[in-house]
Design a protein. Structure first.
Length: 281
């Protein structure tokens, strides 16, 4: 299915949670001298204009990154993330929002590498254009990221952060995530894997989390952010979450400080909340 375009949702509450956590994981990975790879299975277009095109139709960024844009008293880690997003805007106004690969590019060092997969032909073209000056540091493949991931593992430096972020428009994506993680851990057990999932009034997302929890992982973290009460009609996404395998040891403390702020700033009604569970040796 090639109907999904992330530009409709760029900068929304799910992007804020996902990219904030991604920035924390990559910053931690960069503390060690040895290089690593960033692998993105569903990379999107790389950069999104918020003042024209798809993003203006629902303006989801107005309930996401825009709510943090001019906040003066954010926790330091969250303030640094907002400052990172501001670097992609040439003026004080919020006009552009970086996708996951651009967030990662900000934090990668000269010896680190990116491997990006995007199946949609238009977004793959935009992704290549966005990184056309990056040279060999960035590889873009128009390919199904679930299949492409297998060929990337284990990476030559034996260090990697992998973002698995499908749109879940097809129900089978939930099982494909579980299968991809199982296979990846056989190939490369020490990698850090970040799995994004939506919070919906459908059983598949919870079933996927249950399956992931049964993999007998030694080190994991599961965090979710609910921004509003689920609709009475049962439609729509009321939040999102991230299941992380081999997370940084200091991530729970950072999230404990920032999640209440995200609930306060991004919450839309009294149903806003967060949940975090982890097992980190």
């Amino acid at each position: 299915m090639l109907s999904y375009r992330h530009a409709f949702h760029a900068g929304n509450h799910a992007d804020v949670l996902k990219h904030f956590v991604l920035s924390q994981v990559l910053s931690y990975a960069s503390q060690k001298d040895k290089p690593y790879w960033y692998i993105d299975t569903h990379a999107g277009a790389g950069m999104y204009a918020l003042d024209k095109g798809y993003a203006t139709q629902n303006a989801e960024f107005s309930e996401g990154i825009a709510r943090l844009w001019d906040e003066p008293n954010l926790p330091s880690a969250l303030a640094e993330f907002v400052a990172q997003i501001k670097q992609h805007n040439r003026s004080p106004d919020l006009r552009y929002y970086p996708g996951s690969p651009s967030v990662a590019q900000d934090l990668l060092r000269s010896d680190d590498r990116m491997r990006l997969f995007e199946l949609h032909p238009n977004d793959a073209k935009l992704l290549r254009q966005h990184f056309k000056s990056a040279g060999r540091k960035v590889m873009v493949e128009q390919e199904d990221g679930f299949a492409g991931l297998k060929a990337m593992l284990p990476p030559p430096p034996r260090r990697a952060v992998v973002l698995i972020d499908p749109p879940y428009e097809e129900k089978r994506d939930y099982q494909r995530v579980v299968d991809a993680l199982k296979d990846s851990l056989v190939r490369f057990a020490t990698g850090t894997y970040i799995i994004w999932y939506p919070l919906l009034q459908r059983p598949e997302a919870q079933q996927m989390q249950d399956k992931l929890a049964k993999l007998q992982l030694k080190s994991w973290l599961n965090v979710s952010l609910t921004v509003h009460t689920p609709s009475p009609e049962g439609f729509g996404m009321h939040g999102s979450g991230l299941f992380i395998v081999n997370p940084p040891w200091n991530l729970p403390a950072t999230l404990k400080e920032t999640l209440p702020v995200l609930v306060a700033k991004l919450g839309q009604d009294q149903g806003a909340s967060f949940r975090m569970e982890h097992q980190i040796p």
